[in-house]
Ligand binder design. Structure first.
Ligand code: FAD
Length: 318
């Protein structure tokens, strides 16, 4: 394995897999190590709708969001498994003070007046992703190009230097321990999946005082959300929360009233105070480079391709 690998990506979630694919496109021979099956990562739980939720206004984040938006819309047009464009309506409750800071990242955002309790309605197109087929597609593309994904847990990031001189740390929440980063923290998220009664439009009411509320139709189901619980680190089911999510969503979209419940998804967003860490570790020296790519919180899919470009620049650029 040593001779065949230029870069080891530790982490097989959306951040690791998009970085691995991008590195391979730049000519690197890539091995991905993942402690978990990709189907068991936080990335698979994601509602996976493009939207830079709970991110701070930051030119880096805007750039990543825009690059990812462009790439996902291209993928939707090109028929990549699981990727579709969704017309989106976002209901605002705070006094409207102009387009949000991230508006430039998407192509077609317009604001309209809205009825109380809302103050404005934003309309835009948001690419959305079904993560299971999408991660499988990324893996298949990686392997078709000569890369590989191995189920393997590293004890320390430096162990991966046994395989290649360049290591990308895309370990999500585990980066808190592996990179000794106290800014990392979990943010629990809870989703309810119901059968799709024919919806095609995504609707968000992020500022609902009863809890963050969103309805995201997919091909065969609808993702109802949600919760955003900083510091809550367990993924045990919570029937009361599921009931509350469902009733908030039915109030927003009455057509959901009779939609059978198909399941629930609970995951821990890998959040980081100060925003995602995408940089070369200061301990790196010539011939041994560690690039961090973690801490994307509730926006990992939204930022994935932009971050992957930056990771590749840091990992194989000069
Ligand atoms: C309920 C919910 C809804 C969400 N909705 C959205 C959304 O609509 N839009 C959006 O953009 N984002 C959304 N997110 C956020 C998104 O899921 C995350 O930002 C993203 O999945 C983070 O990806 P990641 O690759 O960093 O981490 P992960 O998916 O957690 O992957 C980490 C990888 O590192 C591996 N790993 C960890 N430790 C080791 C080790 N020691 N050795 C080897 N491998 C290791 C794991 O096995 C895994 O492969 C949502 C999240 C949740 C929970």
């Amino acid at each position: 394995m040593t001779a065949a690998t230029d870069v080891v990506v530790v982490g097989g979630g959306v951040i690791g897999m998009t970085a691995a694919f991008t590195l391979q496109q730049r000519g690197a021979r890539v091995t991905v190590l993942s402690a978990d099956d990709p189907a068991d990562t936080v990335s698979t739980v994601a509602a996976a709708v493009w939207y830079p939720t709970h991110t701070d206004e930051d030119p880096r984040v805007l750039r990543w969001a825009h690059q990812t938006y462009t790439q996902l819309r291209r993928q939707a047009a090109g028929g990549v498994p699981g990727v579709v464009d969704r017309p989106t309506r976002m209901l605002l409750r705070a006094p409207y003070a102009g387009p949000p800071w991230w508006a430039q990242a998407c192509a077609d955002l317009v604001a309209e007046p809205a009825h109380p309790p809302y103050t404005a309605l934003l309309r835009f197109t948001a690419p959305t992703v079904e993560m299971s087929p999408y991660l499988a597609w990324l893996r298949q593309r990686l392997e078709a190009g000569g890369g590989r994904l191995l189920r393997r847990q590293v004890r320390r990031l430096t162990d991966a230097f046994d395989i290649a001189p360049t290591v990308v740390n895309a370990t999500g929440l585990a980066a808190g321990r592996l990179a000794a980063d106290p800014a990392m923290h979990p943010v629990r998220g809870h989703l309810v999946l119901v059968a799709n009664p024919g919806l095609t439009v995504s609707i968000r009411d992020e500022d609902d005082p009863a809890g963050i509320t969103y309805v995201h139709p997919r091909r065969h189901d609808v993702v109802l959300g949600g919760t955003y619980q900083p510091g809550v680190a367990h993924t045990a089911p919570d029937p009361d929360t599921a009931t509350a999510i469902r009733s908030r969503c039915v109030a927003l979209v009455p057509e959901l009233a009779d939609a059978p419940v198909l399941g629930e998804r609970i995951g821990l967003r890998p959040a980081r105070h100060g925003g995602p860490r995408v940089e070369v570790d200061p301990s790196s020296r010539p011939g041994r480079r560690l690039v961090h790519a973690y801490g994307h919180g509730g926006a990992g899919v939204t930022l994935s391709w932009g971050c992957a470009t930056e990771v590749a620049d840091l990992a194989v650029g000069d």
